[in-house]
Each structure stands twice: as C-alpha cells, then as structure tokens.
Design a protein around this ligand. Sequence first.
Ligand code: NDP
Ligand SMILES: C[C@H](O)[C@@H]1OC(=O)[C@H](O)[C@@H]1O
Length: 254
Amino acid sequence: MKLLEGKTVLVTGGSTGIGRAAAIGAARHGANVAINYASSDDKAASCVAEIEALGQRGLAVKGDVALPETATDFVSKAVAAFGRVDVMVSNAGICPFHAFLDMPVETVDRTFRVNLHGAYYMVQAAANQMVKQGEGGAIVAVSSISALVGGEYQTHYTPTKAGLHSLMQSAAIALGKHGIRCNSVLPGTILTEINKDDLADQDKRDRMTARIPLGRLGESEDLAGPIVFLASDMAAYVTGAALLVDGGAFVNLQ
Ligand SMILES: NC(=O)C1=CN([C@@H]2O[C@H](COP(=O)(O)OP(=O)(O)OC[C@H]3O[C@@H](n4cnc5c(N)ncnc54)[C@H](OP(=O)(O)O)[C@@H]3O)[C@@H](O)[C@H]2O)C=CC1
Ligand SMILES: C[C@H](O)[C@@H]1OC(=O)[C@H](O)[C@@H]1O
C-alpha cells in the first residue's frame, strides 16, 4: 500500500542521511518530492535521480536554511514545480561536536540558526502554503533523543533539538484548526555524515551500541518508515506527538 500517493513532500537537508532516506521513502510511497540542501550538489542531484527512478517527480533547491528567505524560496519553487505542498519534513541540521567551556560564540550561533531558526522558518513557510490551499497537511520535524538527554560535546546542539520538539507541540496547537498535523521523530544514534568523525572513536561507538537493546546503531533508512507514517493519513489523529526511533536506547537505564 502506498501511503503518500499524489502528495507533494518537501524535505530539508535531503542530499544525505536521514533527509535523503525520508525523501526516497516518500517517493517510494507515491509522492513527488522537493529537497532542500546546503552545498552537496552531486548528492542532491543523485537523490533527485533516485526519486525519478521510482517514477515520481523530484526537485532539488539549494539554500541555507538559516536564512528566512530560503524557506519562502523553497516553498515557492516546490509549488511552481508541483502545484502544492502537503508535507514538510524539517530535517536539515548540523552537530559540530565541541567542549562546553571554550565553545566558540560562532559555533553556538550557527548551530542555533541552522537547527532551530531554520526549522522555524521552514515550518512557518510550509504552514502558510498549506493554510492557503485549505486542505490541511502534515509537518514532521527531525528532532532527536537529544531533546530528552544531554551530551558533553553537544551543549549547543541538544537545546536546538529540545526546541524543535517544543516547536512541534506549539505548532500542533496553532495549526490544528487548519487540519495541519505537527509531529517530531526523535532519532537515536544514526550512522550518517553528521557523526562520521565522532564515531570513528571505536570506544565511543562500542559504548553507544552497548546501550541499544536492539543491538545496533541506526541507519538512515530506519527513519523513513516512521517519517512516512507520521506524514500519512495513517496518522490522521496524531499531532503534537514525538516518536523515539532509537532502538530502545532512551529507556535503557540499567
Ligand atoms: N545522525 C544522527 O545520529 C542523528 C541525527 N539527527 C538529526 O537528523 C538531521 C539530519 O542529519 P543527518 O542525516 O544525521 O546528517 P547529514 O550530515 O547526513 O545530513 C545533513 C543534511 O542537512 C543539510 N544541511 C546542513 N546544513 C544545512 C543548511 N544550513 N541549510 C540547508 N541544509 C543543510 C545537508 O546538506 P549538504 O549535504 O548540502 O551539506 C544534508 O542534506 C539533523 O537535524 C540531525 O540533527 C537527530 C538525531 C540523531
Ligand atoms: C550527531 C550525533 O551523533 C547524534 O545526534 C543526535 O541527535 C543523537 O543524539 C546523536 O548524539
């Protein structure tokens, strides 16, 4: 069964990792998909090629989500190409690991701007388009298990993920009257570009893996099903929810 037949899905940060898996997962479920990305032209083009190989239409739009105008540009280009917006997956993010006490101001500022401000602008731009269309819609934010737990080298990052979780709760209230559902996924540790260097430390990797009841770190594709589900009518009565996708890491205290 195809869950997103005929829908238009927008994904920020769709060139690699979780965003790419979500974009391809949506195409597999019958959606036309527009992706935003920052700099990886070749990877964005190959994502579009994969979407098209699945028989769907794809579009890549380059832009820095930290800038408010990127959001309106992305939505208007997607509408020009596909006529509408049914789903926004706000996924783009960075995590430049760094110690707390000497954290550079620029690193804090950039991480907040990309991860939180960027998501805010994207969600707002998509919601305005959905309200204009008058037929509701779905927004899925890629938050993190880090919305709920801390990280020594992530003091600038975890607050952005908690912020996203909170944004989906407030947006669910603000947009419910328009039939727009807002939910987040909370991935655990997923093997992508964002943590390639961090997980090159085998001890750390082993420790992270040992905490996971399902016995392995996540793959980007592990997020595709949960994101497609929350985007689809299967989740028609789900809004303001947060779905952990972490192999059970969060609940594993002892
Ligand atoms: N991997 C993990 O363990 C976890 C990841 N997450 C979250 O998942 C999301 C995706 O990360 P993940 O797939 O792991 O990492 P990747 O590094 O593989 O993907 C990041 C994506 O975001 C894009 N991006 C980065 N900065 C910007 C920007 N300023 N404007 C537009 N696009 C941008 C990248 O584009 P480009 O390639 O062009 O730079 C890329 O498409 C992030 O929000 C992250 O916080 C949450 C929990 C766990
Ligand atoms: C990038 C990290 O490995 C990853 O990001 C998250 O949000 C998870 O909590 C992991 O720490």
